[in-house]
Design a binder for this molecule. Structure first.
Ligand code: HEC
Length: 103
């Protein structure tokens, strides 16, 4: 049930197209604050949390991880459901946001 609510939040939060990088980071931040941070934290989760840290990770890595979750070449019940409703723009935005955070 919680996952369905989260997916719904993702669909409602679909962001418009951005070409400016600062706008992308802002959009990524808004999405992350609303959805991703519930599991991954605003900064990084505590060391004993079951969620991998995202802050300060490589942009290309985050982007490809989300694309793999979306097309299910990387399996995770939780992340497949979440990434399934992300657009290419959403993935770029949120990857830019987390890559720009200090770990
Ligand atoms: C309901 C909890 C939950 C939410 C919400 C969530 N995640 Fe995850 N995330 C996980 C779990 C659990 C994993 C580990 C899955 C695995 O084993 O591959 C993960 C893994 C990841 C990874 C791979 C990290 C790595 O080290 O390879 C990325 C990237 C990621 N999530 C990004 C996001 C983004 C972006 C959002 C918001 C759009 C988000 N997650 C929302 C639980 C969540």
């Amino acid at each position: 049930m919680r996952l369905m609510a989260l997916s719904g939040a993702l669909m409602l939060g679909l962001s418009p197209v951005h070409s400016v990088n600062a706008a992308s980071i802002y959009a990524g931040q808004a999405r992350a604050a609303a959805v991703c941070s519930q599991c991954h934290g605003i900064k990084n989760p505590s060391a004993d949390a079951p969620f991998p840290p995202l802050a300060g990770r490589d942009y290309a890595y985050l982007k490809s991880a989300l694309e793999q979750y979306r097309d299910k070449t990387r399996k995770s019940d939780i992340m497949n459901a979440i990434a399934g409703s992300l657009t290419d723009n959403d993935i770029s935005n949120v990857a830019a946001y987390y890559a720009g955070l200090k770990p």
